[in-house]
Unconditional design. Structure first.
Length: 529
């Protein structure tokens, strides 16, 4: 049966994730696109000062740990081994996510239920954790830092549980190393995971549990210590409006029923701010998960995972009822909670809980048979059918780099003198920028709130002098092939782009260059406004 379920899982993974590996480049969501010149700039340990911060003026990198892992892959895979960057990140980011997210819950199952031997249930645990709607929306959105930290969350919990059994140097070191990696990739998911660890330790606390925290801190000291010495708060990089309690209500997209059903509120289209009605078939998931309470007297760890799931459900709904004011109070007063203006990060605990409880219940109900497991896998495929039939967006869609951005790259790399480019209103994922040619965005530079106010600012006196002082040599209105910038009612609006081009054509200190699709202007610094 292990062979059968092994091939079944591989088949499902191929059906869901094949677009990642059959296209040349993964393009979509927040996943960044790098030209070959960008990869050549990478160094083994990136500096704390990043030229792209502060809108191209440079600043402290708030996620230096994440970029250190990215640079490690680029240096080792591309610069040392000579592999294409597309191969390196598909293996080192996306492939590693698939491997860890499948294996991690299996390790956790083996840790908390050492006598649990039903192969189908064990494989189901990995399948659920890797293909639930929450994580599919995360990886579809290109948030691979969150995804990789999510993938190791069960390993972190399992490693701390092992310390309660055997407090050896080996177990302590392993727990510290795994937690340290998770903190480096995404401290928010590490925070969520440690809530689960803390819950487990309430009745099993040992001072030795602090040792892995010291190891994890030591691993991340290369980016934590400089920030402390410089007095830099990573959260300061977020606008006050986005970290306020009022914004919390807006970002609380999931209600109780969605979180309780392990259904991401944006499933399946993954459009920001667009939530969907509850799909009733997902209510089967909590029904099975909490049926595990029938066995909690015999299996004490069941109660822990039930409580863990309920905590995840309560926090994932954010400021929504019931008792939304509790989350708001935590957001305002508990250290670190301000990182969770998007409460859906707490879905990690729900996914972790359900991926353990549901296979356990099915194994008990099936009395050692795999029939119920197979039937549930068929049901599971029905719930995520959009992923199986290739209907998801973001990184699951095949795309290529537009020719106009390759032409822009070719033009700008020939200029070895320092200069900046100003993208109106914002740059795209295909913008080529480097340490020699940083990119800036017009909206934040002029503090504009709309295209109309931006146009007014560009026509105001003294603008050309300001751009010259900032070493801005080119002003560019981007093409928008993915419909991410010029959007009205979630649809691409070419009229808005053309209006900007027409206005820039009227500015006397801008000389338009013959570039296809991109509207590129050179700043004439000696022109009188």
């Amino acid at each position: 049966m292990k062979v059968f379920f092994g091939f079944l899982i591989i088949g499902i993974f191929v059906a869901v994730f094949y677009p990642w590996f059959l296209t040349h480049d993964i393009i979509g969501g927040d996943w960044p696109y790098y030209f070959a010149e960008n990869i050549k700039e990478k160094i083994f340990l990136p500096p704390i000062w990043a030229p792209w911060q502060q809108n191209g003026l440079g600043g402290i990198d708030p996620v230096r740990g994440l970029h250190a892992f990215e640079s490690f892959l680029a240096v080792v895979g591309v610069q040392w081994l000579g592999l294409p960057w597309s191969v390196v990140y598909k293996v080192g980011w996306f492939g590693l996510f698939l491997l860890l997210s499948f294996i991690s819950p299996i390790v956790l199952v083996r840790t908390v239920f050492p006598r649990f031997s039903l192969a189908g249930a064990v494989f189901l645990s990995g399948l659920m954790y890797t293909t639930n709607t929450y994580i599919l929306m995360i990886v579809g959105g290109g948030q691979m830092g969150v995804a990789l930290a999510y993938a190791v969350a069960p390993l972190v919990l399992a490693s701390f549980i092992k310390i309660t059994h055997i407090s050896s140097i080996k177990n302590i070191s392993i727990a510290g190393l795994i937690l340290g990696f998770q903190v480096m990739i995404d401290a928010r998911i590490a925070y969520v995971t440690m809530v689960g660890v803390g819950l487990f330790q309430i009745s099993n606390f040992k001072w030795i549990f602090l040792a892995p925290l010291i190891v994890a801190f030591s691993i991340n000291s290369f980016w934590i210590v400089p920030m402390v010495l410089l007095g830099y708060n990573p959260l300061s990089s977020s606008p006050d409006a986005l970290s306020s309690a009022d914004a919390l209500k807006f970002f609380s997209f999931a209600d109780f029923s969605h979180a309780f059903s392990l259904l991401h509120p944006n499933w399946p289209e993954n459009l920001f701010g667009k939530t969907y009605f509850l799909q009733p078939e997902f209510l089967v998931l909590p029904l099975f998960a909490f049926s595990s309470l029938l066995y909690w007297k015999k299996f004490k760890n069941i109660l822990f995972f039930v409580i863990l799931g309920l905590i995840g459900v309560f926090f994932a709904k954010g400021a929504n009822p019931p008792f939304g004011e509790v989350y708001r109070w935590l957001f305002e007063h508990v250290p670190g909670f301000v990182m969770f203006r998007d409460p859906t990060k707490w879905y990690v605990l729900v996914a972790l809980s359900y991926s353990i409880l549901i296979p356990f219940v099915l194994a008990r109900l099936g009395r050692g048979k795999n029939v119920l497991i197979v039937l549930f896998i068929l049901f599971w495929l029905f719930t995520i059918r959009q992923s199986v039939f290739g209907q998801l967006s973001g990184t699951f869609v095949r795309r290529s780099v537009p020719a106009e951005y390759v032409a822009w790259r070719d033009m700008i790399v020939r200029d070895t003198s320092f200069s900046r480019s100003l993208w109106v209103p914002r740059q795209t994922r295909f913008t080529f920028a480097s340490g020699v040619h940083p990119a800036m965005e017009a909206i934040p530079l002029f503090h504009a709130t709309s295209s109309a106010s931006l146009i007014e600012e560009l026509h105001s006196p003294g603008v050309s002098l300001k751009l010259t002082e900032l070493s801005i040599q080119y002003v560019i209105v981007p093409s928008d092939p993915l419909g991410e910038i010029f959007v009205y009612d979630r649809r691409y609006n070419d009229a808005e782009r053309q209006a900007l081009v027409d206005e820039l054509d009227r500015i006397p200190w801008l000389q338009k260059l013959p570039q296809k699709s991109l509207a590129v202007y050179k700043v004439l610094s000696n022109t009188i406004e």
